[in-house]
Design a protein around this ligand. Structure first.
Ligand code: SF4
Length: 306
């Protein structure tokens, strides 16, 4: 039987022996981040995968993230760490619903959050990340925007781009949407000196009270550059834990104990080990037409400076 340290050593040995690059999204448990070659947000990880010399990529995260790697790296073997790890938001809209929105608003550009399936990206004009969405929407020539699937991120952008007309699908991340105003009220009383940092997938009643609204990477950078010592973190609770490891002298509080993505928690360190042994995980395959359509959506995001 392995303990965690032994298992991590064996994983590091195996990934070198089998020449496999391990990517871990920032919401993964700390013991998985420690054995990864790259950690970060979903798009950043896809870019790292495309530059990595290894021909096999193991994505510790959820399905749309492994699909994003496959979109950018069609010649690599891409393995999702847990076959059941999906993203409720990425999968909540259908291709037919996107087509119907286009039919209703023929002059609008369709902007897809990166948290969408490859099939949905294939239907859209441009992709955005939470970090790049504002800049890209501002840079687009179109005056009408269909923003899918997250209406919370979409309306946060809409507030900052008042000259454009937005159409939303009523989708969103159930994890971030579980945070309520009473959580903010309670946290402000408990930690009066702390800065409140939240993700734009949160409801408007949360983002409008925050000291900073930004992507996971943005939240981490904010902490890195801040002289403050206390922070309330309004995104998946793993981020507060990772920050506490990185800055043990500072204090990090979770905004809500329910802000936990269960899909992100499906992968365990033993799953990573079993994936490297070829005993677990799922190889991602995509229809080539879908992949190319999704890729052009990502290419446009890069062209817009995302
Ligand atoms: S936190 Fe929300 S958007 Fe992110 S993977 Fe989980 S369900 Fe999807």
């Amino acid at each position: 039987m392995f303990n965690i340290a032994d298992l991590q050593k064996e994983i590091i040995r195996l990934k070198k022996e089998k020449d496999i690059c391990i990517l871990a999204h920032a919401y993964q448990p700390h013991n998985i981040l420690e054995i990864a070659d790259f950690t970060g947000d979903s798009f950043g990880l896809s870019v790292e995968a495309s530059k990595a010399p290894q021909k096999t990529i193991l994505m510790c995260g959820v399905r749309f993230m492994a699909q994003s790697v496959k979109i950018l790296c069609p010649d690599k073997k891409v393995i999702l760490s847990h076959p059941q790890a999906g993203c409720p938001m990425a999968e909540q809209m259908t291709v037919e619903q996107v087509r119907e929105m286009r039919r209703l608003h023929p002059n609008a550009a369709v902007v897809a959050y990166i948290n969408t399936t490859a099939e949905l990206k294939n239907e859209c004009d441009v992709c955005v990340t939470s970090a790049s969405a504002l800049k890209i929407v501002k840079n687009m020539a179109e005056k009408e925007i269909i923003f899918i699937p997250d209406c919370n991120l979409g309306s946060w952008i809409q507030n900052q781009v008042p000259d454009k007309k937005f159409y939303f699908y009523s989708g969103g991340c159930p994890v971030h949407m579980s945070i309520r105003k009473k959580d903010v009220d309670e946290a402000r009383i408990l930690y009066p000196g702390a800065k409140l940092l939240v993700h734009p997938e949160c409801l408007k009643e949360i983002t409008e009270q925050a000291d900073y609204v930004g992507s996971t990477t943005g939240i981490m950078k904010y902490v890195e550059n801040s002289e403050h010592n206390e922070f309330i973190i309004g995104t998946d609770n793993s981020i507060a834990q990772h920050l506490q490891y990185a800055y043990p002298e500072k204090r990090f509080y979770t905004l809500s104990k329910y802000c936990v993505c269960h899909d992100m928690r499906l992968t365990t360190l033993v799953d990573v080990y079993n994936c490297l042994k070829g005993l677990s995980g799922e190889e991602i395959t995509l229809d080539e037409n879908v992949r190319q359509g999704a890729k052009s959506c990502i290419d446009k995001m890069i062209a817009y400076g995302g």
